[in-house]
Design a protein around this ligand. Structure first.
Ligand code: NDP
Length: 260
């Protein structure tokens, strides 16, 4: 299928984990990709996609920096002439008991996970409105936008924030033919979960390395952790014409872990 042939798609946090799986899915369906992350290795990820025949470039961009975000979308327009879809996937997590949680951890988490999503949506919307062709924005929230887990109040707050900004923007830009939706991945095997497993496991006190994920996976009706490609399938659907009449929604992709 080449559903995204000729479309330009920005994916933040596109150099690894869920973001890379999303980029690979779009590349396989014919899109031009602009990958962004803070590390220079983002160009390596883009180069791998080019080796597979896709049009792709990597841009070093800290999504908390409004000027850098503007440059990211300028680059997308410069390379491919337009922005059709923007996937706000970059995110960070830290885990700490409430008395140990620092103001810096709070600020960093809100800045990347919530403000970063806002800045990218703002810049993408500017371009999409200018083109008059509409567009699709997909924001990565989390199961923690539904149900705050223990020892991550800052992360849960940042992801609930993503859901609120998704709904508000969706109402504003619907007349421009732009849809805005959010996704809530559950437990997805990435580097982020390596950290989660280690630190949550230690703080909860009863789990050795690798045991926490195993224990939590037992609560998933489908009895397995997710993979990046599970999330990529949902994102590709929301970016496609099949989702033209869907906006302001937050959709779980978690094997049934959370059913609300
Ligand atoms: P990873 O840690 O594997 O990847 C995170 C990505 O975000 C990296 O590409 C990283 O870039 C990028 N990033 C971090 N900070 C910034 C920043 N300031 N500016 C630009 N890019 C940044 O995580 P996942 O792939 O697991 O997570 C992707 C998204 O999914 C996140 O929003 C996360 O909160 C969410 N999520 C993940 C779940 C999971 O179980 N894995 C569950 C629910 C939600 P770099 O490598 O350059 O630092």
């Amino acid at each position: 299928m080449n559903r995204f042939s000729g479309k330009t798609i920005v994916v933040t946090g596109g150099n690894q984990g869920i973001g890379l799986a999303i980029a690979e899915r779009f590349a396989a369906e014919g899109a031009n990709l602009v990958l962004a992350s803070v590390e220079e290795q983002v160009e390596d990820a883009a180069s791998t996609l080019r080796d597979r025949g896709a049009n792709a470039c990597g841009v070093v961009c800290d999504v908390t920096d409004a000027a850098a975000v503007r440059v990211l979308y300028d680059r997308a327009e410069h390379e491919f002439g337009r922005v059709d879809v923007s996937v706000q996937n970059a995110g960070i997590i830290t885990i700490a008991k409430v008395e140990a949680l620092t103001e810096k951890q709070w600020d960093d988490t809100m800045n990347v996970n919530t403000k970063g999503v806002f800045l990218c949506c703002q810049e993408a919307i500017r371009r999409m409105r200018k083109s008059g062709d509409g567009g699709k924005l997909i924001n990565t929230a989390s199961g923690q936008a539904r149900d705050g887990f223990i020892y991550t109040p800052h992360y849960a707050a940042s992801k609930f924030g993503v859901m609120g900004l998704t709904q508000s923007l969706a109402k504003e830009v619907a007349p421009d033919g732009i849809t805005v939706n959010a996704i809530c991945p559950g437990i997805i095997k990435t580097d982020m979960w390596d950290y989660n497993d280690r630190v949550w496991g230690r703080l909860l006190g009863e789990y050795g390395p690798g045991e926490l994920m195993e224990a939590w996976v037992r609560n998933i009706p489908m009895k397995r952790a997710g993979e990046g490609k599970d999330v990529a399938g949902l994102v590709a659907f929301l970016a496609s014409e099949d989702a033209d009449y869907i906006t302001g929604q937050t959709i779980n992709v978690d094997g049934g872990l959370i059913m609300s």
